[in-house]
Design a protein around this ligand. Structure first.
Ligand code: GTR
Length: 381
């Protein structure tokens, strides 16, 4: 069922654009939260799985194992305990592993909430020695605010290249005797799967409150955090930083990066079925406001940058805004506005947060400050 929406925002006062979005409440639209939980939500999730992100062949494997390979209770000048955990797993295609870095605040008197960064850059951006420091992961600040800071490298789950899924979690679990099915998982789904395995570890660590974890990522990492939060309702908060096309941005606006372009530049990110929508965005059975709505009733935060036209900031804002009806089913406020805020004016009054940062495509101290403020409202209760 399609609803006609007039999309008028402060950001685009000069033009009133009308596009048709699929009803965020599903088909037929859920009338109650019970209907949404029983039917609307699972059906929406399945559409994203079948047509966009693909189907993971496994959840938590029986073979999953955690080994603390490094521990330093005097990290960050005594403020934190560093642990590096090797998370290993095996399956029909062999064995693989990835490393999870955690810093927990030493002054904590009970298990702490935390942030898990899916790092799509290099180890220097999440340096466990803290010799290199980077806005991308201000671990000292996160710890000083009373949270665990954790991160892993997405490429350790599946290399970010079109390599025919021959490494990491794909090599271990992919069993497609004939052709790879159109709904087989691809790299973004494998990275999101890794985030859930990190959460499996948090559940075993008594210094961490695994029920209060925010998952976040930037750009391709933001597409991944949204898919992780949609699939795994154990994540208490989901944050998308400049995730753009097939992340938070509405596909039907066809602004910035388009579906055909992303599937050509990065054919390994999404499932085979997604290629059917190249240049045919209006035929997608879902749009990205529905991905954001899959977080309800849990909080979700979407952030854009003013000079990031490639990610379509307005499309990201509108997707966040149009998740509202699902939050309302739960008696909650979502973003609670259809007016795009001016740069650097965060909206954090409901269960959907949003800001447009002045500047370019990046994850910065300013962004983190907003995520920590939003976390104070939702993860510290
Ligand atoms: C771009 C890509 C975007 C975004 C970005 C990134 O080249 O077109 O979808 O994911 O890379 O991850 O930095």
């Amino acid at each position: 069922m399609l609803v006609k929406l007039a999309l008028l925002t402060a950001f685009s006062m000069s033009h009133l654009s009308a596009i048709e979005l699929p009803n965020v409440l599903g088909t037929p639209p859920s009338q109650t939260k019970e209907e949404w939980v029983k039917t609307g939500r699972p059906q929406t999730l399945e559409l994203f799985r079948k047509h966009i992100f693909g189907r993971a062949p496994i959840g938590k494997p029986d073979t999953l194992a955690f080994k603390v390979i490094e521990e330093d209770p005097t990290a960050m000048g005594g403020a934190a305990t560093l642990k590096i955990i090797e998370i290993s797993y095996s399956g029909p295609g062999g064995a693989s592993q990835f490393k999870l870095i955690t810093f927990t605040p030493n002054k904590a008197t009970k298990p702490v909430p935390g942030y898990l960064l899916i790092c799509n850059r290099g180890i220097e951006n999440i340096d466990p020695t803290r010799k290199e420091k980077d806005d991308f992961w201000p671990a000292e600040t996160i710890v000083a605010r009373g949270y665990m800071a954790s991160a892993f490298l997405n490429a350790e789950l599946s290399i970010d290249k079109n390599l025919n899924f021959n490494n990491g979690a794909h090599k271990v679990f992919d069993q497609y005797p004939k052709e790879r099915p159109g709904d087989a998982w691809a790299t973004i789904a494998a990275w999101a799967w890794g985030a859930s395995r990190a959460l499996d570890y948090f559940e075993t660590d008594p210094s961490i409150d695994a029920s209060k974890i925010g998952v976040l990522g930037h750009s391709r990492g933001g597409k991944t955090s949204l898919w992780a939060g949609a699939n795994d309702q154990r994540f208490a908060l989901t944050i998308s930083n400049n995730s753009g096309c097939t992340g938070a941005a509405l596909a039907r606006r066809k602004k910035g990066e388009l579906v055909g372009r992303i599937n050509t530049s990065f054919p390994h990110w999404f499932c085979g079925n997604y290629k059917k929508f190249n240049n045919r965005e209006e035929t997608l059975p879902v749009d990205q406001h529905q991905l954001i709505a899959l977080m309800a009733p849990r909080p979700v935060y979407v952030a854009s940058a003013s000079k990031d036209a490639w990610a379509d900031p307005e499309g990201e804002f509108l997707a966040a805004a149009h998740a509202e009806p699902v939050y309302r089913l739960f008696g909650l406020k979502g973003l609670n506005t259809m007016t795009m805020p001016a740069p650097d004016q965060p909206i954090q009054t409901g269960h959907v947060g949003y800001h447009l940062r002045t500047g370019k495509h990046d994850l910065t101290d300013y962004d983190w400050e907003q995520y920590l403020n939003f976390g104070d409202l939702h993860l510290k209760k």
